[in-house]
Design a protein around this ligand. Structure first.
Ligand code: TYD
Length: 205
């Protein structure tokens, strides 16, 4: 059984996930546990190469092809980095994970949700996050709001609806935090949820 903690941060582009993840990492490193922070897609040589491809070089016209690229990066990351770290008892912080595919590829791009969830389960070897924090902001990036085309607004609204669906579906592991609050307030909320996850687990040992 894996001893570690798998914590994922989710949300639309630009809600401050990466900043919070870095701060959480610094905070957790004061503890005795090993802490590992990874991003998706990425975190392995193959994952980083696929990231370049899918985010910067080539637009996939097929949502399925796009999803399978994210899934390939995810399979590599799980098998070679995340699962071994969890087995060592590490706290693994993930900047995006399985829920991004459900929100973006299923809800955003219209892929069949059950297929996305099934392949997610295969590539993660069934390891779900212990805690998922959804940093919820505007359904479209505010800085660019004025320049966004209607099509993109609708796309981001669908992704947001995807996260809402997930948070309801899996309410036990999902925590929703308003990303429009101050950075310190958000960090405190995240710390409270992580502390309570770890306390809960200690109590169960
Ligand atoms: P990234 O540059 O990491 O920025 P951010 O996380 O701050 O938005 O971009 C990752 C992009 O990849 C983001 O637009 C969401 C997308 N993505 C998916 O569409 N599906 C996935 O499964 C993952 C992991 C990411």
């Amino acid at each position: 059984m894996s001893q570690g903690y798998l914590i994922s941060l989710e949300g639309l582009d630009g809600v401050g996930k990466t900043t919070q993840l870095k701060r959480l990492q610094d905070w957790l490193e004061g503890d005795t546990r090993e802490v590992l922070a990874v991003r998706e897609p990425g975190g392995t040589p193959l994952g980083e190469a696929l990231r370049q491809l899918v985010l910067h070089r080539v637009d996939a016209s097929s949502a399925l092809a796009e999803f399978l690229t994210f899934a390939a990066a995810r399979a590599e990351l799980m098998e070679s980095v995340v699962l071994p770290a969890l087995n060592r008892g590490a706290v693994v912080l993930m900047d995006r994970f399985i829920d991004s595919s459900v929100a973006y590829q299923a809800f955003g791009r219209g892929m069949d949700r059950a297929t996305v969830m099934y392949i997610n389960q295969v590539v993660t070897q069934g390891r779900m996050p212990d805690l998922t924090i959804w940093l919820r902001g505007e359904p479209f990036p505010t800085a660019e709001a004025d320049h966004l085309e209607q099509r993109d607004r609708e796309y981001f609204a669908r992704v947001d609806a995807g996260y809402q669906w997930l948070a309801k579906e899996d309410a036990k592991r999902f925590v929703i935090i308003d990303s429009r609050q101050g950075e310190d307030t958000i960090l405190q909320a995240l710390q409270t949820h992580i502390e309570s996850l770890m306390r809960l687990n200690k109590g169960g040992e």
